[in-house]
Write a new protein. Sequence first.
Length: 624
Amino acid sequence: MKKILILGFFVYSGTLAQNPKEVPLDSKIENVTVFLNGAQVTRTAKTSLESGKTVLVFKGISQQIDKNSIQVKGSGKFTVNSIVHQLNNKREQTRQDEIARLGNQKETFEDKIKSLRNSLIVYKREEEMLVKNQSVAGTSTGLKITDFKEAIEFQRVRMQEVMNKQLEIEREIAKVEKDIRKVNQQLTVITIAKDQTTSDILVTISSKETIPNTAFSLSYFVKDALWKPTYDVRVDQISEPLNLVYKANVYQFSGEDWKEVKLRLSTANPNQNGTPPVLENWYWGKINNYSSYFKDKGSAPEIITEVSGQVTDGKGQSIPGVSVQLKGSSLGTVSDADGFYHLNIPPNSTLRMLTFSSVGYSSHDEYIRNNKVDVSLTESTNQLQEVVVAGYGAERKFSSAATGISIKKGGSMPIQIEEKEAPTSQSFDILMPYTIPSDGKVYTVDIKEENIPAVYEYYAVPKIDRDAFLTAHVLNWEKYKLLEGDINLYFEGTFLGKSTLSLPNSDTLDFALGRDKNVLISRVKQKEFTKKQFIGNSKTDQLAYEIVVRNTKNKAINLTLDDQFPLTNSKEIDVYNKEAKEAEINNETGKITWKISLDPAKEKKVNFSYSVKYPKSGFIERAD
């Protein structure tokens, strides 16, 4: 018996010796490189290693990581034997238990509401009976005065009790419904947190000696993170350079908060296929199949990461302050004064339904099929008492008496950056720590500001529109390393609206700066030069126009002015005597172009005229 016990002891001791020691590490995110799609996260931690095998456990890691991207570095003489990524099952079980608890709580509240509503029906019926009894007592002639007074008193007292009881029940129902809404909000948070369930990374290390206070670095690639360029373009005076502020809209929903991290923005996209395609032999009548190339990462159809649109009513009028919620999540926003909204959504989430709700309108659900979702809400006879808006900042409630809406958005702040250029990409290092929570909201970072020389030119077609439109031409724009993105346009301190920066295949980049009301243009038909003649079966029109341009600005301007002569594709119609002094004439298109330089407080008149001969019948006279 003793031998058996001793043998068992040695077997047990051997098992202990083979099991490496697990060491939980309290790691911190130090650096994050955000790409145009995805991000690389770097964590650091310190611990002491004993000789032999040790399993380092990095906890609280996003489950959205690419397992193939995990890298571990450290200082010291040790060997990394294996790296294992696994979900945190304990936390998932806790989440399921919480869902079950909240589900039971919600069911209890719903049963209570059913009971209260049944009681409310009973008191409603009693109220109806009391009203009927009052009618019977009022028409009865056999009652004594004292009995009648007692009956009236009883009716009054009991009716008051019944009405108070109904009010009490309705208040209780409202309270329980509020409790149900709170439970639903908690369930929403837990549901969306499913995509944020953390995981663990287990790193098995072998060391032949004890290594004290060793520093480790863990890096990995996460999904559900990106940045998009956006710009503020300002022109204060057309004699000054164009001011361009380059910004980044940073968004992440990876499941882990980036707190006080060193942030780098990279124009690279790791999800795109970086290998050039190779042509295969092509035989006539056969179709080459390059599906393997297009199946590489990044070549799949574009994932929807944001959605925008406009909310209107049945008459096509915009509706401001509409709550737009990603159904099944806590992500949301509200429409602006013109009914427009914009919402970032987790690209890898299965949630693809938007809920639109507003005071006085029926709630509406709309499926997300592409980046643009416009909806029309119908008026509701049951006015909403309040609309809960979640998304930017703290949750706020807007009552039906609200006249204005103020929403807190991710703020913009000027920062110092270092700009670096790689062979195939560019990066911007943010030189101050930055915090971006995993909440799906947009956080704006100012990258850099440039004063860019520009050539300003006005353009007008007064035949169609009497306003002058200003355009800024930027030469050699490639040196500013711009990417396509949204633009906020400002001219002379006034916000003009939004536009999109599309990069041209030329050396000139144009910014349309909108209408300038300080340039006045008129186009008038000159009656003294306009006449009609009838000769035989033909009719001849002689037409003349005068265009007047006046510059009320305190700066000289350059203006391109366009009009046109009519064209004909019939032998029976003849356009002749075409005259437009100081203008370029394109005989193929009939286009007339004047290049005008105009000093402040000056005006310029240009004229053009022509004659048209056409048959008396069979043609519609048209002179513009």
